[in-house]
Write a protein that binds this ligand. Structure first.
Ligand SMILES: [Zn+2]
Length: 98
């Protein structure tokens, strides 16, 4: 499944519910899912558990993007157009980030 398909899937499954919940609460839920992913990683949970949490994070980002009418695939392609958006290299050669 690619990003376009993922975003469309989340739209088909959750858009109605996401619309009712609204942007602010959907953003909060997205951060909660990031917290769950963080917890899974820091507690050294197994790969499957981490992958499951990562899927949740992406699903919530897709839901959030749907509410804001952001085409994630297009936004990603525009910002990361084959190179790092800051140093314009691939791989990145930025020296000011770890
Ligand atoms: Zn860079």
């Amino acid at each position: 499944m690619d990003i376009v398909e993922a975003q469309e899937l989340m739209r088909r499954i959750y858009y109605q519910r996401d619309s009712t919940r609204g942007v602010d609460r959907t953003l909060i839920r997205t951060f909660e899912e990031l917290g769950e992913l963080s917890d899974a990683v820091l507690r050294r949970k197994n790969h499957a558990a981490i992958a499951d949490e990562m899927a949740d994070v992406l699903a919530w980002v897709c839901s959030f993007a749907n509410l804001l009418n952001v085409d994630l695939s297009a936004a990603l392609a525009k910002k990361y157009n084959g190179v790092c958006p800051r140093c314009k290299k691939a791989p990145c050669e930025c020296t000011d980030t770890p």
